[in-house]
Design a protein. Sequence first.
Length: 364
Amino acid sequence: MRRRSGLAEIHPVLVRKRLDLLLTSGASHAHPTMHWEHLTYLLIIHGRCSQCTVTVRRPSRSRFSWLFSCISRSIFSENMAGKVVVITGGSSGIGEHIAYEYAKRRASLVLVARREAKLQSVAERTRQLGSPDVVIVPADVSMAAECKRFVEEAVNHFGRLDHLVCNAGVVVYCPVEDTTNVEKLRPVMDINFWGPVYATHFALPHLRKSKGRIIVNASMKGWLVSPWSILYGASKAAIVSFCETLRVELAQDVKVTIVAPGFVNSEITQGKHISKEGEVEVDQEMSKVMSGKFPVESTEDCARAIVDGVCRGDRYIIEPSWYRILLQFQFLCPELVEWFARSLYKTKPQDAATKRDAMGLKKY
């Protein structure tokens, strides 16, 4: 039988493997790309591939236990009153508003960032919102000794640790080939990957005692193709893999939540970056290139959704929620996502020199 053109030209064996993997995963709700309600696209392709037959086996877990789990997570939320939360990158953006949401739940906070003056301002606001005790610790998460210090200060002050929120991050929005010394780009991995790894390592003994939770703010770019921010995406993909494996190693002793924001109205999407001198620099052209083609969610809404999801016990939190659609395509038909990315980013960002200056890459 002659197959139709277009999507039907996708090899049926490849479709079968992907569909088998999706349908026999055993816990479809556990991963953002594995949801029963998002099978439509692959099933359409499957129907067009005459050679492809798949035996659908429902997960072994009872549908009633799965339904009860969903309902219970929606109704019951962790009571954060009196619990201790450490937040890195808490001086601005998503981290700042995550602190405000925890403060509304009367959690005690330890705010970590490099800008002490900004931390003081955020701490004052969290006290007004209901946090009974707030400690600020100026620190650089890219240094293991600094991570050890702020974890120890948190435990010494409060005597416990319940949630570790690894939010600090930095973006390099510059083509790799435009940087003459790629070794100078190591801070991206040091902050985005090693920062959460260091903090997790030193916090784990205390989180085991409290049966606590690790929350890592990754990015949709850790899963999706995003030209011109390749190093940022690679660092986020690395931390996602770290967290997913860590979740298995820790079993039920410590929970792990992976947060994957899309375009959110934070300092990064506004084209702001911290220079080596600690000052915030702005490149409006970078802001247009980064998020001008997509709807942007407010930082407040994103932080509220994150803390709500964390307290429900969600394993993955994706904001804005419509990004889940892109994840389905990435899993089911990555060729289509690559074509979409190439269409959006046909040429390199203009004025690359300005962007390198804003990123602290002027001399690299």
